[in-house]
Design a protein around this ligand. Structure first.
Ligand code: CA
Length: 224
């Protein structure tokens, strides 16, 4: 089992790494939210242990962006014990929450529980009208006919479909699908949306991907 621990305090990080390795896990580490998110996106971990207060991106932003692409279980670590923070973290897609300081055995018990449960948050199948998205197999059908998408096109469609009815800005889409900021040049997003439309919408009478002028894009059966 491979874990990624994202924690900026060197002592805590070393302590967690040592303890988890002694418990039989393979452990990678990151000390900023940016590095952690990059590792979590590019590699497949069984679970993330994620500190909330981090330099770069905070833990909440990390989990929010991660959830656009992956369903890796996330255990938040936080010095805060405010109930609102806890709810916020879980709403964004965290799976559990542990308040510092905690006993190592407690951390281990929570990790084992989450690993037994597995990644269950992800919707395995999304349906919008006659559009069907099989998230696990990364396959798309419309009107029963298979549509071949590139990996990037699939990620874009998956994002729009799981946030169905919600207007997503070009900048938001860039940060979720490309894992980076295109504040100056969101043309990349426009081009990608055009390509996706050519496959998913253009051959059909009913369009699902809508442009909302000055705001972004939304996927739904009807234009908002
Ligand atoms: Ca911290």
């Amino acid at each position: 089992m491979r874990l990624l621990v994202i924690e900026d305090e060197p002592k805590t990080l070393a302590y967690l790494k040592k303890g988890l390795e002694e418990s039989g896990f393979v452990v990678d580490t990151a000390r900023t939210g940016t590095d952690g998110l990059h590792l979590a996106m590019s590699d497949d971990y069984d679970l993330l242990v994620l500190d909330v207060m981090l330099p770069g991106l905070d833990g909440w932003t990390v989990v929010e962006r991660l959830r656009a692409r992956k369903s890796t279980p996330v255990l938040f670590l936080s010095a805060r014990d405010d109930l609102d923070d806890r709810i916020h973290g879980l709403e964004l897609g965290g799976d559990d929450y542990l308040v510092k300081p905690f006993a190592f055995v407690e951390l281990l018990a929570r990790i084992r529980t989450l690993l037994r449960r597995g990644p269950v948050r992800e919707m395995e199948h999304l349906v919008v009208g006659d559009l069907e998205i099989d998230v696990i197999k990364r396959r798309v059908r419309r009107g029963g006919v298979r549509i071949d998408l590139t990996s990037r096109e699939f990620s874009l469609l998956h994002l729009l479909a799981r946030r169905r009815g919600e207007i997503l800005s070009r900048t938001q889409i860039a940060s979720y699908v490309w894992d980076m900021n295109f504040d100056s040049d969101t043309n990349v997003v426009e081009v990608a949306v055009r390509r996706l439309r050519a496959k998913v919408d253009d051959p059909f009478a009913v369009k699902f991907i809508h442009t909302v002028r000055g705001m972004g894009y939304v996927l739904d059966v009807e234009k908002p």
